[in-house]
Structure formats: structure tokens, C-alpha cells
Design a protein around this ligand. Structure first.
Ligand SMILES: [Zn+2]
Length: 431
């Protein structure tokens, strides 16, 4: 018998002084703990791929808690689960909050579940204090956010918004050779149902997601949570430098077209470009293929990847142009050819200034310094943001570790974030 208990670990350092306004750290810890048992790995990590039995069990468990809390529960054709609390004016568009409960193959217990359970904790608090919002509020669990199954992700949120290309999705195969249709079928869903999952955006006013930061900024700032200013849209460039392979011994130094020398200068200079366009832009060369890749051969060809991100489309696109121009400049200098192609270009989703200001107010009312930071990684909110206003709160993650069993977020930070979330959702109710 393993003695692992996420709940006990969470409660170990918990300050019960945060239990007020109907919130309970113990309830949140015990729910995070129960979820952590589903698909728990030998390393005490989490293994709940999208559209798996594990993800389904996790959804069913949260759905049971939703019902206990008095919500009416509904699952759409994409497997997304909604727990709805009627508003006093129930015909108004709903406020939605949640995240996902799937994980990467050996992930942690906070990425996803914390966002879902934070939204549910707001409901629990309202139940305790007898508060009913003017507008309907829905706790949402999106299916298959991580994309561990099909190397894609966001299949739930895309389904709810009618985004994504269904023709492409039905071509998908998981590592066991199962098609999208077969995988859906296994958990009681269908392609037809998936296509019908799209909701009318008029039914929804705003989506707010709580998520762990997966970075170290909040930890460095010693803050429990922060305000996300936008979600960066990635662009993946593939840049190929082509020179001439030759014998390393017989080719004089002044008679070479070494593709790796050109690529090296390019890589070294790429790092200075993001700072020229904005404070939030980043660019990374993460992958390199050298041909022929021999000890005694001058590299004839180098293919490399550049991952380029920013939260603003203009500056991100400007950065893409600068990276391409750098490639051309370096190629001329070293007398090699260069070609670049784009494998992906997703639009960034900035978060409206007015929404950020409302969040700032919630932070200040809760005595937390409002700190703003961009999200470098994609989240369900990024997909929802294509059609609806979104807000996002990041919670401190220990050492920025994520997608790993060591992923950790202090319960004090979690519950303070729920206080902010609750305040923010209440501030959206109008006078
Ligand atoms: Zn996540």
C-alpha cells in the first residue's frame, strides 16, 4: 500500500484563516486528492489521456459533485460537461468557468483539475452563504485539452465553439491506431454528436479560466496568483540552410559553404530579436537536423525549427518577418541558400483591457498585489477567446514544473485564487 495522499500534503501547510466567505481549503484539497487517484501512475503522477476511461471517470466524479451542489448537469456531444446554476435572470447569457481533467501521460494533479474545482468551489461558497447570481453560472469541464491522445489538443473547447476542422479530425489516429471515431465511440460519443456540440455564442457572456502558471514569475514575485494579459499564439517556422557537403580534410577553410556555420550564427542572433518587438515575445530554436551529420564531413544542409510567440498578433507577425530576414542575411554572408516554411500560425488572444481592470480590482479587494503576466502556453481559454471575451488567472506553480508528477501548487495559493475568482464573477453581475 502506498501512503501517498495529495490531500494530506496539501493540508500540511494550509492556513485555515483563508476559510471564509463559504470557501473551504479542506474541501478543495480533498477533491484534488480524489481526482489524483484516477489514473495515478507509479511516480504518483497522473495519466488520464483525452477521451480515455480515466478522463471519463474524472468527469463523472466531478459531475457527481456538481449534482450534490445542486447544479443541473449536461454533457455535450464533444464530452464537455457543464454544471449550471440558474441566475435570478436566467435568460441572460451565462458566465462560464472551468478547465480540463485530462492529463499528459505522466503529468501532475493541478494542470486542469484546479481550474474546474476552483469554479465548483465558487458554487459551494455561494451555497453556504445563500448567494444567487443575477446571471447563470456554468462550471465547465472541457474534453481532451492536452492532446495526449492525438497530438492535437483542445478537442473539447473547439467542439463547444464549432471551431476546428472535422474533416481533419476524422483522419486522426492515436498511437494504438484507433481513429477519432473509434476513440469517441469508446467513451460513448460519436462524430455526429461531436459536430452537434457547437453552442450558440449568444448564450455565453464570458469564460474565465483558473490555471497553474507553469512558469516561475509568480513564485519569483512571491504572489499566489496573477492576471493573464493574453495567450501567446505560436508560429512554427522550419528554416533550412543549404550549403555544400565536402570532405573535412580536403576542403580548405576559405572554400566552404558550411550550412551549420550559417545556422549557428542564425541561432545565436535569433535570441536578440524578440526584445526588439515587445516584452512578451519569445523565440526558440529547439530542433536541429544536420546532414549528412558525419564527423569528417562539412555539413551540407541544416534544417531547424523556430518557435515564435507573442500575445499580440502585430508584434508576433513582425517577429516572424524579422526571423525570416535574419535567415536571408546570414545565408548571404555565408554563401548558402536558405528557405523557410510555416508549419503552424495560431492567432494570439489578447485579454480585453476592461476585463484586466476588473480583475485588478478583485485582486486589490482581496489584498493581493495585481501582477500581470502573459501566457506562453495555449489553454482552452485561447480557443474560447476566438469567439467570446475571456479572463484568465494564473496560480503560482512551484519552480514552474508542469506536465510532471512533481507539479505542485500550495493550497493557500489555490484558495486565495478562488477568493479572487469568486469576487470577479460576482463583480460581473451588474448593479
Ligand atoms: Zn492545462
Amino acid at each position: 500500500m502506498s501512503t501517498y495522499s495529495l490531500k494530506e500534503q496539501l493540508l500540511d501547510s494550509y492556513d485555515r484563516g483563508f476559510d471564509f466567505d463559504g470557501l473551504s481549503g479542506e474541501r478543495l484539497a480533498s477533491r484534488l486528492g480524489e481526482l489524483s487517484e484516477i489514473g495515478r501512475t507509479a511516480d504518483n503522477g497522473s495519466n488520464r489521456p483525452g477521451f480515455s476511461e480515466g478522463e471519463k471517470q474524472a468527469k463523472d466524479l466531478v459531475a457527481a459533485w456538481m449534482r450534490q451542489a445542486g447544479l443541473s448537469v449536461h454533457q455535450d456531444g464533444a464530452g464537455n460537461v457543464f454544471g449550471r446554476l440558474p441566475g435570478k435572470k436566467d435568460n441572460l447569457p451565462a458566465i462560464l468557468s472551468g478547465s480540463h481533467v485530462d492529463s499528459v501521460p505522466n503529468g501532475g494533479h493541478f494542470d486542469g483539475p484546479l481550474g474546474v474545482l476552483s469554479a465548483l468551489e465558487v458554487i459551494e461558497a455561494w451555497k453556504q452563504t445563500g448567494y444567487q447570481p443575477e446571471k447563470p453560472f456554468e462550471v465547465v469541464i472541457f474534453s481532451d485539452e492536452e492532446g495526449a491522445r492525438f497530438n492535437g489538443g483542445f478537442n473539447g473547447s473547439e467542439g463547444m465553439l464549432g471551431l476546428g476542422n472535422i474533416e481533419e479530425k476524422v483522419q486522426l489516429q492515436d498511437s494504438a491506431g484507433m481513429s477519432f471515431e473509434e476513440v469517441l465511440h469508446d467513451v460513448g460519443l460519436s462524430v455526429d454528436g461531436y459536430e452537434n456540440a457547437a453552442r450558440n455564442s449568444d448564450e455565453m457572456e464570458l469564460f474565465v479560466e483558473v490555471h497553474i502558471e507553469q512558469g516561475k514569475r509568480l513564485e519569483n514575485e512571491k504572489l499566489p496568483c496573477g492576471i493573464v494579459t493574453g495567450i501567446a499564439g505560436p508560429c512554427w517556422l522550419e528554416v533550412t540552410f543549404e550549403g555544400k557537403a565536402g570532405h573535412a580534410g580536403n576542403t580548405p577553410m576559405n572554400d566552404r559553404n558550411d550550412a551549420l556555420i550559417a545556422a549557428s550564427e542564425f541561432i545565436f542572433e535569433v535570441k536578440d530579436l524578440p526584445g526588439q518587438v515587445s516584452d512578451s515575445a519569445v523565440a526558440t530554436v529547439g530542433k536541429l537536423e544536420v546532414e549528412p551529420n558525419g564527423v569528417n564531413v562539412i555539413p551540407g544542409k541544416v534544417k531547424l525549427s523556430v518557435d515564435i510567440r507573442d500575445i499580440f498578433k502585430e508584434t508576433r507577425d513582425d517577429l516572424i518577418d524579422r526571423v525570416k530576414a535574419l535567415g536571408s542575411k546570414v545565408a548571404v554572408k555565408h554563401d548558402v541558400k536558405v528557405e523557410s516554411s510555416e508549419n503552424m500560425r495560431v492567432n494570439p488572444v489578447p485579454i480585453e483591457e476592461e476585463i484586466q481592470q476588473m480583475l485588478e480590482k478583485s485582486f486589490m479587494d482581496k489584498g493581493i498585489r495585481p501582477y500581470k503576466l502573459p501566457s506562453g502556453a495555449g489553454h482552452d481559454a485561447m480557443i474560447v477567446g476566438e469567439k467570446l471575451p475571456i479572463a484568465m488567472l494564473f496560480v503560482q506553480s512551484k519552480e514552474g514544473v508542469s506536465h510532471h508528477p512533481a507539479e505542485w501548487t500550495d493550497l493557500n495559493d489555490c484558495i486565495q485564487t478562488v477568493h479572487v475568482l469568486k469576487h470577479f464573477v460576482e463583480s460581473l453581475q451588474g448593479e
